[in-house]
Design a protein around this ligand. Structure first.
Ligand SMILES: O=C(CO)[C@H](O)[C@H](O)COP(=O)(O)O
Length: 221
């Protein structure tokens, strides 16, 4: 364990186990908090049917634990999706995609009945936007999308050297003044060449498990 924050991430991840329903497929996100969740999920791998994964990295870790990973296209019922966040506000709107897995994360979140967000307390914010908003972009549209984002009031920065699992690029957008996350999510997704963006507002979390020094808080709206 490298830090107090890692310990909190691990506690939030462990608390998510109670939302895993035996005999079902589990949706699994991406990131350091989710890595702890995958390790915890391994202790009950005999009880679940399989997992669907939001990234190649999570797939590797799941398989290392002997957890079967199946294609989302073969899943009809997905009771829960468990994932971290870069920021979460009081409406459970989130910024995600620090790890670049936002598109697959958003797809699985859309399919799942419940989104369980696991995070340490540093991720709680009054207003989204301190963490840059990642935007996944088709490579040939990078410059055009960047110019359109400037018109919306953001400062895009190309995450150079990074390619998503889908073969696309990421623009990290700084300095948005986010008064209405649902509207900004929609506006960004309307730019031609954008695959999706890291605002998870139209589909927010249902439950937030926030780890603090005093224990894990289970929050619902
Ligand atoms: O959206 C994500 C990856 O695309 C992660 O959930 C987010 O970046 C939080 O990561 P971590 O748990 O490492 O703090």
């Amino acid at each position: 364990m490298s830090s107090a924050q890692d310990k909190l991430k691990q506690e939030a991840a462990q608390a998510a186990l109670k939302f895993v329903q035996p005999g079902t497929v589990v949706g699994v996100g991406t990131g350091s908090t989710v890595n702890y969740f995958i390790d915890a999920l391994a202790t009950m791998k005999q009880d679940i049917e399989a997992a669907v994964s939001s990234s190649e990295a999570s797939t590797v870790r799941l398989k290392q634990h002997g957890i079967e990973v199946i294609e989302l296209n073969n899943v009809r019922d997905l009771p829960v999706y468990i994932d971290g966040a870069d920021e979460i506000d009081k409406h459970f709107h989130m910024t995600k995609g620090g790890g670049g897995a936002l598109t697959r994360e958003k797809i699985i979140a859309a399919v799942a009945d419940k989104f369980i967000c696991i995070a340490d307390e540093s991720k709680q914010v009054g207003r989204l936007g301190g963490f840059p908003i990642p935007v996944e972009v088709i490579p040939m549209a990078r410059s055009y999308v960047a110019r359109e984002i400037v018109k919306l009031g953001g400062d895009p920065e190309w995450r150079q050297g990074f390619v998503t699992d889908n073969g696309n690029l990421i623009l990290d957008v700084h300095n948005f003044d986010i008064l209405d996350p649902i509207e900004l999510e929609r506006q960004l997704n309307n730019i031609v060449g954008v695959v999706t963006n890291g605002l998870f507002a139209a589909r927010n979390a249902d439950v937030a498990l926030i780890a603090t020094a005093q224990g894990v808080q289970e929050l619902t709206l």
